[in-house]
Design a binder for this molecule. Sequence first.
Ligand SMILES: [Zn+2]
Length: 346
Amino acid sequence: MPTFTVGMYREQFSDRFGYKYLSNRTIDYIKDLIFKKKKVEKKFNEKRRSALKKIGASMGMLAMSPIVLSQESSINKKRKKLLKVAHITDIHISTDNNAPERFKKCLEDIKKHQVDFFLNGGDTIMAADYGHITREQVIKQWDVWKELRKEFDTYHMYSCLGNHDMWWAAPDKSDAMYGKDYVVKNLEIPKRYYSFKKNDWHFIVLDSNNKNAGALDDEQRDWLEQELQALPHKAFVLVMTHYPILGVSTIPYGGSHTDSKYITKLFYKHRDKSIHCISGHMHLLDKAVYNDVSYYCNGSMSGFWWGVGDEESAGKCWYHETPPGYTIIELFDDGSLTNTYYPHAY
Ligand SMILES: [Zn+2]
């Protein structure tokens, strides 16, 4: 369940910063916290087990199976890994802050994980959506991206649209660079929303960029309903959106899907399936679990948009308490997955 561990912090930051950002005292403090947390969890689990026994006894034949809050708390040790993928999101590429070179270094690290393919969560370019952005600026940002894509073009990449990717300020709607179609073309994806299958896993990529964003439009709702309906009983599903469908960091900062109620109810109808969701947009790392569906908001590649940060950044280039990074997801043959965030220090 911990998205990154003390060991990983050491690995990531020891050589580059010499613990500049995490002193030994801080690391010892975090270790202490984790140790205490484990002790408390153990006690809680013991108590819960005996409470459930009592409940089970009193309910007799009506006994319900216990509700496990996180799929990861009941790991099946015999599960077999079917896929390993990289989830990168909010790359926000431009030529500023030496971002292309820094992104290349991240790619080298990701490649070491020997992933099967990439999932890109959107906001691939810095920003095309503001009113003052010119055609030349849009072209330039996508050119930088296309150049970088060559660095890992041996990998397939499935992308979704971010709110900053679209150029709405085009002179008119018939302009070839206006809106979503141009982004679909640049990202080389079949449509603004789509699905695909790899091994036993079904991947659904949604477009959150609609009225009351993040939200699905009616057309996409119909499609998603049919898509889930057509899946076999107990199917394994990974849903990728740009905005979080449900989140934790969205409570203090906003930015959630505004139609979470609709989507979570739809997922509940399909509770026979193993559904997991990943998102970006927040540049923050969090995890929410609701009705046994896990929702991971996986930070961002660009941290503080490749800048050094501000007075609220807990570290250099961090956005609030989240360092820039990428996620490695392992998908298993029992419908479970692990979602591990790797901070980068470039
Ligand atoms: Zn972003």
